[in-house]
Design a protein around this ligand. Structure first.
Ligand code: DAT
Length: 181
């Protein structure tokens, strides 16, 4: 379905990045402050709640997601708009869903501390830390979506959080004006 045939009243925003960069914190604040109604979907939580996985890996403490089931579950929600998809990967989401893709970034020392305080196993902390240094999610976003809708934002402190959300709110207002014209 083309974007023209589905006139959305609110955008679909993907907030992505390595675990611990601040996706849920940003998504929660954005859902509160957005001038257009945006529902925050924590995709990892949805996977668990709706059993959208094939298996659970004890050693890595992570779920092997059933991507077909996940996409089927999200399709009507994401295509309709008014949603923030919060997940540590983004390339499986069809390009047509996304109006904006925010990739959050964090200094790796700070990220290490955040992941350690979550009680992640050491090798999971290491793997995520390396992924952040190697810009894995940023590359994924850039190769999956049009350059002009992908935004990289730092997420280290509260000032970043507030400035980032204010910036996204301005983007939502511009999106609304654009839709109305
Ligand atoms: P994610 O959803 O990417 O896994 P999160 O939102 O749960 O990350 O954040 C992990 C922790 O780091 C949490 O305690 C909040 C904190 N945090 C993240 N970004 C922050 C920021 N910009 N300012 C202050 N705290 C932040």
């Amino acid at each position: 379905m083309s974007k023209e045939s589905t006139k959305k009243t609110a955008p679909t925003i993907i907030i992505t990045g390595t675990p611990g960069v601040g996706k849920s914190t940003h998504a929660q604040l954005l859902a509160q402050e957005s001038p257009a109604p945006l529902k925050h979907i924590n995709v990892g939580d949805l996977v668990k709640e709706k059993n959208l996985y094939e298996s659970y890996d004890e050693e890595w403490q992570s779920y092997e997601v059933d991507e077909d089931k996940l996409l089927d579950e999200l399709e009507p929600i994401a295509a309709a708009g008014g949603v923030i998809l919060d997940w540590h990967t983004c390339e499986i989401f069809p390009e047509r869903w996304a109006d904006l893709v925010v990739v959050l970034r964090c200094n790796h020392t700070k990220l290490w501390e955040r992941l350690e305080s979550r009680g992640y196993p050491l090798k999971k902390i290491q793997e995520n830390n390396e992924a952040e240094i190697m810009e894995v999610v940023l590359e994924e976003a850039r190769s999956s979506y049009a350059q002009e809708i992908v935004v990289e934002l730092q997420s280290e402190g509260t000032e970043d959080l507030e400035a980032n959300v204010a910036r996204i709110v301005e983007w939502v207002k511009a999106w609304q004006r654009d839709q109305a014209s």
